[in-house]
Design a protein around this ligand. Structure first.
Ligand code: ATP
Length: 770
């Protein structure tokens, strides 16, 4: 830990306080310090609650120089000194901090228990019984208040000894209250699984400090769960036993082989018995992922078992397709016609194809034909058709192309931010058909939730491009369903979009079929590859953007995509540079600083997390339309108003970390969206990240123009890395097992599943662990 200074003093003034995050800034009049200060006043900031006047505080932390406000102490931890005289203790106890304790009662407490009253009561609550004439309700409340004010402070001081700062201390205290320190000393690894942001490495450091042995059961068990978690956040549904042992050796014993592998298996069995891990055929699963996979296989089997009874004449279908062909001014190709027919004839269908192969065209055909052939006498009803996509932008595109309202999967299922969805196995969706677009983005957990909510008589059509990136969450559901061959599939191959002159579409298909030329093709009508080094990439991008703006394109049309946030051509750097061009500082333009960023009226921003209560979701892009300063905002806090395509959402400072500038966004976040102009740097610092499906996803985001700047050899090299990130899943085998094609997974050693209550299986989500 870097050198810490201490500052003792009393509160002058609270400058800022966020009740929710407990982030505070205060001015202190200094009584004692080991710093060399010119003045007796110092600003302290950090995650501590509002300070009260008249108390002595000791802050520990490091000095920082704020560009505007000068020297400040960034507080790592603090303690509040209890009043030292009986009079001041009476004053403290009768303050507003303690509900129901007046001057008289406070005096009684101090008279009976003396100057150490607070410490004594915190150590032994029954001490308060010695104070005569205090109602038991008041006592209860007093102890609770005391624990809240004093308990937290004592815990923070203690935690600081283990290197735990205030922010994390608050989270620990919220979860464990006064048991925090005891828990830390007994088993710090427990925190890893119950407190967000408390990682295995930190627990390990504390454990070493406490002298917990390397092969202590809690350490090994926490290590196992940590490895499974890590693997899940890399997209894997399971981890091979052999791989787990290898990873565990690195994690726990710096690569030295564990002598006693049997004891490792004992630990594993213990976790299996506790239902924290599922073991099946030498593969280890986190239970929520195991049950999600089982769920998808069984739900799919349920849907596939009832085949569609269709009754229409082929001539009727031809005539109906004819109608839509006339409407659209196109002639459906043979594979497109077959796709519409297959969708009508089967209960479940997967529709896949690269860009411009007519997936949307087929979807429109399916909707039109279904309506005409099967709902003859009924008017078209939105409620018969459910359209959904994993992101808001993809849902919006689906709405635009079909004329029917499409929702995100989360809002379709009625997600309120809680784990349970409103629509589920016991309260299913209603309608005749569900079509889900961009299905490659759906992970195993969400696929399970979705399929559960689909009633057996509903037709299901999943649409996606199998060559795009798999879902961010674990699994590769679309790819696995295609491999399983259990579900009818239509693969569209022929390219229709701008058949003759779109190089973007040709490039995408050449990437797909590994047919890239040795040399860059240079400039085309909708494509350019500009050779530039990483040192000059940002300059080049700035020039391209300036030209595009001169030509009349807007910031909504132009999107820079990159695979990494940091590095010199990373998303953060790009955003800072591009902000100067898209939305430069102007005297009258309001702006607010937030850590390294500036948010300014007119900035393009992206939402980084799902916020169902505000109806904004991860990946939504909006524009800051107003900046309100605390003094004028109704909330009395700095505020940003962001317009997400017609939906205005307000963000106060505590929500600012939910958004970032979006002139450049990550390729992962761009999934499900398309932009008129895409600029894609492919430079050396990105090398490690560049793989085929990532580049393919980026390339296919460009609708009318794609400009790649960087080195062609790095581009080619990335495209050769195909299967490097193959995900470990068992969905294919599981579907086959359910179908009776193979029994491999049926007779398993999946121990201890039976005693798990259904509710218990349902209650996890993989996002809890990521
Ligand atoms: N049979 C066809 N004849 C002529 N044009 C067609 C045909 N099918 C599709 N198109 C046109 O090709 C373009 C791409 O089609 P569509 O949007 O359906 O493909 P997509 O697979 O959904 O593409 P993307 O994934 O890139 O959005 C559209 O302009 C569409 O009108």
């Amino acid at each position: 830990m870097a050198e810490q200074y201490f500052v003792k003093g009393q509160l002058n003034q609270m400058i800022f306080q966020n009740q929710q995050t407990q982030f505070s800034i205060a001015s202190i009049s200094v009584e004692d310090t080991d710093l060399e200060l010119d003045e007796q006043e110092l600003v302290v900031k950090g995650h501590f609650p509002a300070l009260t006047h008249g108390n002595d505080y000791i802050f520990y932390g490091q000095m920082q120089t704020h560009p505007k406000f000068g020297e400040q102490l960034s507080v790592f931890t603090y303690e509040k000194e209890l009043p030292k005289t009986e009079d001041s203790l009476v004053k403290y106890l009768s303050s507003d901090l303690f509900y129901g304790i007046g001057q008289k009662t406070a005096k009684k407490i101090v008279d009976t228990l003396g100057i150490n009253a607070v410490d004594d009561i915190l150590r032994d609550e029954s001490k308060l019984d010695e104070v005569i004439g205090v109602k038991s309700e008041t006592k209860k409340q007093f102890i609770a208040d005391l624990r809240l004010h004093q308990g937290f402070e004592q815990v923070t001081v203690e935690l600081a000894k283990y290197g735990v700062g205030l922010q994390l201390a608050r989270k620990l205290y919220e979860a464990y209250a006064e048991r925090t320190i005891q828990q830390l000393q007994d088993n710090p690894y427990d925190f890893v699984f119950h407190v967000d942001g408390f990682g295995f490495q930190r627990a390990d450091e504390i454990a070493q400090f406490l002298g917990i042995k390397d092969d202590h059961p809690t350490r090994v068990q926490a290590g196992i769960l940590h490895v499974l978690d890590e693997e899940a956040s890399n997209g894997h549904v399971y981890t091979e036993l052999a791989h787990l042992i290898e990873r565990l050796n690195q994690l726990l014993f710096q690569g030295q082989t564990i002598e006693d592998e049997e004891s490792l298996l004992d630990h594993l069995n213990h976790l299996v018995e506790e239902s924290l891990v599922v073991l099946e055929n030498q593969r280890l699963y986190l239970p929520q992922l195991y049950f999600a996979e089982e769920g998808v296989a069984s739900q799919l089997t349920r849907l596939l078992e009832t085949e569609e009874e269709t009754s229409y004449d082929e001539s009727e279908l031809l005539a109906t397709i004819g109608e839509i062909e006339e409407q659209e001014g196109i002639a459906y190709g043979e594979e497109q016609y077959e796709a519409v027919k297959k969708a009508l004839d089967h209960k479940v269908m997967l529709l896949t194809g690269g860009p411009g192969t007519g997936k949307t065209t087929v979807v429109k055909g399916i909707l039109h034909c279904y309506e005409t052939l099967f709902q003859k006498n009924k008017p078209k009803r939105q409620s018969d058709f459910i359209l959904a996509a994993p992101t808001g932008r993809a849902a919006k595109r689906l709405t635009e192309s079909t004329g029917l309202k499409a929702k995100t999967i989360h809002s379709l299922l009625g997600w309120s931010g809680e784990e349970e969805f409103e629509f589920n196995g016991s309260n299913q969706l209603s309608g005749k058909m569900i079509i889900v677009d961009e299905f490659s983005m759906v992970d195993i957990w969400l696929a399970n939730r979705l399929l559960k909510a689909v009633p057996t008589d509903m037709k299901v059509i999943f649409v996606g491009d199998e060559d795009q990136l798999p879902s961010v969450g674990p699994g590769q559901v679309l790819a696995d369903l295609l491999t399983s061959e259990a579900v009818p599939v239509c693969r569209l191959q022929e390219i229709y979009r701008q058949k003759n002159d779109s190089y973007i579409v040709k490039l995408a298909h050449d990437i797909k079929h590994d047919q890239l030329p040795e040399q860059s093709v240079g400039k085309k009508a909708d494509f350019n590859f500009i050779d530039t080094s990483s040192d000059h990439a940002i300059d080049t991008i700035e020039q391209i953007v300036t030209k595009a703006l001169d030509k009349g394109y807007t910031m909504r049309d132009i999107q820079v995509l990159a695979p990494m946030y940091r590095t010199k051509v990373g998303i953060h750097e790009l955003n800072q540079s591009l902000q100067h061009i898209f939305n430069p500082k102007m005297e009258k333009k309001r702006e607010i600083e937030h850590f390294q960023s500036i948010f300014r009226t007119g900035d393009k921003v992206i939402q980084l997390v799902n916020q169902p209560e505000k109806d904004v979701f991860n990946g939504d892009i909006g524009e800051i339309i107003a900046v309100k300063y605390a003094k004028e905002a109704e909330s009395k806090k700095d505020e940003l108003i962001i317009d997400f395509e017609g939906l205005e959402v307000s963000y106060t400072r505590q929500d600012f970390n939910q958004i970032m500038l979006a002139y450049a966004i990550s390729i992962h976040k761009s999934q499900g969206s398309e932009f008129p102009i895409v600029i894609l740097p492919i430079v050396r610092p990105f090398k490690r990240m560049l793989v085929k499906n990532l580049i393919y996803t980026a390339v296919t985001r460009g609708k009318s123009s794609l400009i790649i700047c960087g080195h062609y050899d790095i581009f080619l090299e990335g495209l050769q890395k195909g299967d490097a990130f193959k995900r470990q899943t068992t969905l294919v085998e599981r579907i086959h097992a359910f179908h009776g094609t193979t029994t491999e997974l049926v007779s398993t050693d999946a121990t201890n599943l039976d005693h798990m209550e259904v509710d218990e299986k349902e209650e996890f989500s993989p996002y809890d662990f990521m």
